[in-house]
Ligand binder design. Structure first.
Ligand code: SF4
Length: 217
């Protein structure tokens, strides 16, 4: 690992020692549902609807038997109706194919409706402790601005981050980058003036940073 990469990771770790998921969940089923709901929605909004949702549908069996319209009424503040349909259908398939247990492999997770690679990585890391880096908009932006990656797509960014970050830190680094993106390195108006990573940052030192390829997140 390059020394500047090491220094960047050390500083992120120092800044966000307690970084962890900001979605509320207690088991793999809840992790999967909350993560599907969080696509293009804030974690805070998801956390507002999931207590009632999980009380009404406490496990995959209950959700598999749910009426999609009723589920949609409970989660509509999180966006698209397709999310409710995907959650119910994913739980039906989990009942059918996996005995009601959320699967713990990338291949099985991404075969479920509404579950792309990013969602699967979040579930693998947060529900099962499998080393993974989910590239969301913050991880993409901050990872590329800092120079940990130099990529135009989510897939390339994930691959490059995995090369420069020790595997034991993958889960934590995902959270460090999200925390920094939400608190300091905003999409518009990053607060470089007060960012302790500035001396190490490619973007702040006016080096070319790739922009996100449309539709890649
Ligand atoms: S120096 Fe600026 S661009 Fe670089 S990580 Fe900090 S806030 Fe983001």
């Amino acid at each position: 690992m390059r020394n500047d990469h090491k220094a960047i990771l050390a500083e992120l770790k120092r800044l966000y020692p307690g970084a962890g998921p900001e979605l509320d969940f207690t088991n793999p089923y809840e992790t999967l549902v909350a993560t599907i709901l969080s696509a293009q929605c804030t974690d805070r909004q998801v956390n507002k609807v999931t207590p009632d949702l999980f009380a009404a549908y406490p496990d995959t069996a209950a959700m598999a038997a749910a009426d999609v319209d009723r589920v949609y009424r409970m989660v509509k503040s999180c966006g698209f109706k397709s999310k409710a349909g995907n959650i119910v259908e994913a739980c039906r398939r989990i009942m059918e194919l996996y005995g009601g247990q959320v699967p713990a492999t990338m291949e099985d997770l991404t075969s479920l409706p509404g579950v792309g690679r990013k969602t699967a990585n979040v579930v693998l890391a947060n529900a099962f402790g499998v080393p993974a880096i989910a590239v969301d908009t913050h991880v993409f932006r901050v990872g590329n601005r800092l120079g940990l990656a130099h990529a135009k797509t989510v897939e390339q960014t994930e691959g490059q981050l995995k090369k420069v970050i020790p595997k034991t830190d993958w889960i934590f680094a995902h959270h460090w980058l999200i925390y920094h993106g939400r608190r300091v390195c905003h999409a518009r108006g990053p607060e470089c003036g007060c960012c302790t990573l500035r001396p190490l940052c490619r973007y702040a030192n006016r080096e070319a940073v790739p922009t996100q390829k449309e539709g890649s997140l």
